[in-house]
Design a protein around this ligand. Sequence first.
Ligand SMILES: Nc1ncnc2c1ncn2[C@@H]1O[C@H](COP(=O)(O)OP(=O)(O)OP(=O)(O)O)[C@@H](O)[C@H]1O
Length: 310
Amino acid sequence: MYYFIVNPKSRSGMGKCIWNNLRARLLQQNIEFRSYLTEHVGHATTLSRQISSLGTPDAPVTLVTVGGDGTIYEVLTGISDLRSVIFGYIPTGSGNDFCRGMALPKDPDAALTSIIRQDRIMEMDVPCISSEGSKYRFGISAGMGYDAAVCQEVLSTPFKKIFNRLHLGKLIYLFIALKKLMFLHLFSMTLHMDGDRIYHYDNVYFTAVMNQKYEGGGFKFCPDASPQDGMLDVITAEGMSKLKLLLMLPTAFFGKHVHVKGIHIFRCKSIDINTSAPVSVHKDGESGGISDKISIFLENNSLKVIMPMV
Ligand SMILES: Nc1ncnc2c1ncn2[C@@H]1O[C@H](COP(=O)(O)OP(=O)(O)OP(=O)(O)O)[C@@H](O)[C@H]1O
């Protein structure tokens, strides 16, 4: 039995059309499944909690997420026991950083084929962010500062829908990224890693804590990050002019930014981040509100993810 959690609103409503095609295929192939369409923000977490509680570590349920990167963090957050689930993913979002990082098929039809065949299982690290008294899991990255502020504004702008319909979704990120940079106030930040390493920076743009190599629709911010190494990769951008940051960003698509002065890459198992003033927080590109303190650590258990054949 396959359980599908579907975000019909992903990719500005395209998720529903894609799901209808996949559903027709499941029916045609007589595959036993149940599907649940999310009705509001946070619904995928509730559904995931209910479905995952049907499984046990000895008899895990196959839970398939159909949506974008933001639906992944909701589903991961809801899973009651990571050992009780076999996780499948069909991309219907716009960012696709999870697919990129995990080398999963970007084509929904190919992803469904791989899930039905249960080609291969990979154990994925699952990080957790604790902020303002709430705890969430995420699959890709979470962080504070400029990148989170851009995500928050993109999510709230009515233009996202229009640009996505025109297949120009990336342009809206570019416009907002430029606008935010112009008015950005830099801040001080202290990173406290694994309980013993402490780094302090003034004039910080952002810090992202990454489980995968990519965030923000293809920025290879942590080129050596792996969701299988039991470690978190961390990038901090600080102490450079706005112009230099702007010139640095395109090089990050190729992972070449790591040599730029003011870019710092770390590895750790847990990290506490404190800022001099409350700043924007994101988890898998979804808003995490505003905070001056977050903690991120890896869960003790990994998650079984269905992967395509190599
Ligand atoms: N029925 C719904 N109505 C409105 N929002 C919803 C609904 N179901 C889910 N959501 C919200 O949609 C948001 C975005 O979803 P998701 O990230 O999956 O798609 P996307 O933004 O198109 O893709 P990506 O993050 O990859 O760019 C999530 O925050 C989720 O909570």
